[in-house]
Design a protein around this ligand. Structure first.
Ligand code: NAG
Ligand code: NAG
Length: 511
């Protein structure tokens, strides 16, 4: 009897303690924000994976499919997805959407069979012990080293696939193996019609028989009607990469492209949340100049200085009343200006072999110019004090109502020789590292099953999302990321319509 009594007392006591702890935790959680962030910091925010048929009915009668192989970095895969959605819409086929491959370095384009083999080889099967060892802080054996350098995330992580599946029915393909296709849709090899590409820009698909547009950089054209005549259950492509790979010449197709582009907008709540908090500190949407300056690699490194100088002069012309002499002084003299407009020879040789078509339109010998003398009005006199702007000098303090945000891959942008003149003329110029404490939850995003953090892939995206909220957007020519911001993010985030290519843009690009 006594034992039983003490058990009851013990149980009651435990219940009281548990209630107390729960209450205490609850009050901590609903209390001060600072307390919450300190407890939150350790937790990972997991990536949610959809099931293959999350946005689709299983087994639609007579359904036919389209599939392709992903490769290269995020933006190339985004262009592939856009092209594949468009073509699937033309052909009334359901798109089998592969996951996004995030890797550093990214997997390059390869001819079909090689690429498929590489994608099959890209697996974490049999490497569960790597995750265990990493979780326990143990040293990693060699087979584990690559494990943390790549991962897959679903497109639902970035985009609202409900919106996209209203344009084109989608099924998420968990891997690129054929067995899954055979099993899931009860097919065999004869049901698949393959387009196995042997070169990166092998064919372009023309949607309008009545027009005869010249080929872009592609080797040959395929008429849409040729694809329409193929009856196989699955049309399987390799690379779908390349702007203008799938033309949208007819009015109905241009409209479809516009709808698809309008639904391909970054919607991840963690990314949007961070972007919105920073945008509101900058004064809100449409209250600042957004810039996207890529100086990091390839053609951009070669051209970076010319490109930044062009952007600097656009800013000066649009938002200041500086005289030529003043601009010259802020640029560090005529010699510095001329040096800024020289290509970096270090990268030139390497690039010529990769980019045989180097843009000859870059204007190296542009003298220092200044815009007309406009009246500079102080729109919001409080902005500078709210934002912790630089003081500026007697001249530039007048431009403090022009808030500038630079999204860039340049290391240490405030001290970067190419960007210095922008900070000098516009005291209220900001970069992502000025808002470090808004990025905590991005650091927590993780593919938890694999212990792979996504921060390094996501930071450039948030940076771009912020710059896309400006009333004016100035980007890096020839960057696929810049054109994504220009055509899609900037219009949508600032309440305008997305842009689709006009015939003139296309003809321009084929020159
Ligand atoms: C499109 O495909 C669906 C099956 O996926 C079919 O039910 C429908 O009739 C097709 N529409 C046209 C216009 O062919
Ligand atoms: C996606 O968009 C639909 C409207 O098309 C909306 O109802 C839904 O809440 C959105 N989903 C998310 C996760 O934002």
């Amino acid at each position: 009897m006594k034992r039983k009594d003490s058990t009851v007392v013990g149980l009651v006591l435990i219940t009281v303690i548990v209630c107390f702890i729960t209450y205490f935790q609850y009050s901590i959680n609903s209390d001060k924000l600072s307390l919450r962030t300190t407890t939150k910091k350790k937790e990972a925010i997991p990536v949610q994976f959809p099931t293959p048929f999350e946005f689709h009915e299983d087994n639609v009668k007579g359904e036919r499919f389209l599939s392709y192989l992903p490769h290269s970095g995020f933006h190339n895969q985004r262009i592939e997805l856009e092209n594949a959605l468009l073509l699937a819409a033309y052909l009334n086929r359901t798109l089998l959407v592969p996951p996004v491959y995030l890797a550093s370095p990214a997997m390059p384009w390869l001819r079909y069979e090689k690429l498929h083999e590489r994608l099959m080889f890209q697996t974490k099967n049999g490497l569960d012990h790597c995750v265990d060892l990493d979780a326990r802080g143990m040293p990693l054996p060699s087979e584990c080293l690559n494990n943390f350098r790549w991962t897959n995330v679903p497109w639902t992580f970035f985009y609202n696939m409900t919106d996209i599946s209203k344009q084109v029915p989608v099924i998420f393909r968990p891997g690129l193996d054929y067995e899954w296709l055979y099993k899931t849709f009860r097919l065999n090899e004869e049901d698949i019609y393959f387009f196995k590409d042997m070169s990166p820009y092998e064919y372009q698909i023309h949607d309008d028989r009545n027009s005869d547009l010249p080929l872009d950089r592609f080797n040959y054209k395929i008429e849409l009607s040729t694809l329409e005549a193929i009856d196989h259950r699955v049309l399987h492509f390799g690379s779908m990469f390349g702007s203008y790979r799938i033309l949208a010449e007819t009015a109905a197709h241009a409209q479809k492209l516009k709808e698809i582009r309008t639904s391909m907008i970054f919607r991840n709540p963690v990314l949007s949340g961070a972007a919105e908090r920073i945008v509101s500190q900058l004064g809100g949407p449409n209250q600042f100049v957004g810039m996207h300056v890529r100086v990091g690699d390839g053609i951009f490194k070669l051209r970076a200085s010319i490109l930044v100088d062009d952007i600097f002069h656009q800013l000066v012309d649009q938002f200041t009343d500086l005289s030529v002499e003043q601009v010259e002084a802020y640029e560090g003299g005529v010699e510095q200006h001329e040096m800024d407009r020289t290509e970096s020879t270090e990268y030139e040789i390497k690039l010529r072999s990769f980019h045989p078509v180097v843009d000859e339109s870059a204007n190296h010998a542009k003298p220092i110019e200044a815009g007309n003398n406009r009246h500079i009005e102080d729109k919001d006199p409080n902005i500078a004090s709210r934002l912790k702007c630089q003081a500026g000098d007697d001249v530039t303090h007048r431009f403090r109502s022009t808030v500038v945000y630079i999204a860039t891959d340049a290391p240490d942008p405030r001290n970067h020789p190419l960007l210095r003149k922008i900070f000098k003329v516009f005291p209220c110029t900001f970069i992502l590292s000025d808002f470090m404490n808004e990025l905590d939850d991005i650091k927590q995003l993780q593919v938890v099953e694999e212990r792979v953090k996504l921060e390094s892939y996501l930071i450039p995206m948030v940076d771009a999302m912020i710059s896309a909220h400006g009333h004016t957007f100035l980007g890096t020519p020839h960057s696929t990321f810049t054109s994504y911001i220009e055509r899609q993010l900037h219009p949508v985030y600032t309440g305008k319509e997305v842009q689709v290519m006009g015939l003139i843009d296309y003809l321009d690009s084929t020159k």
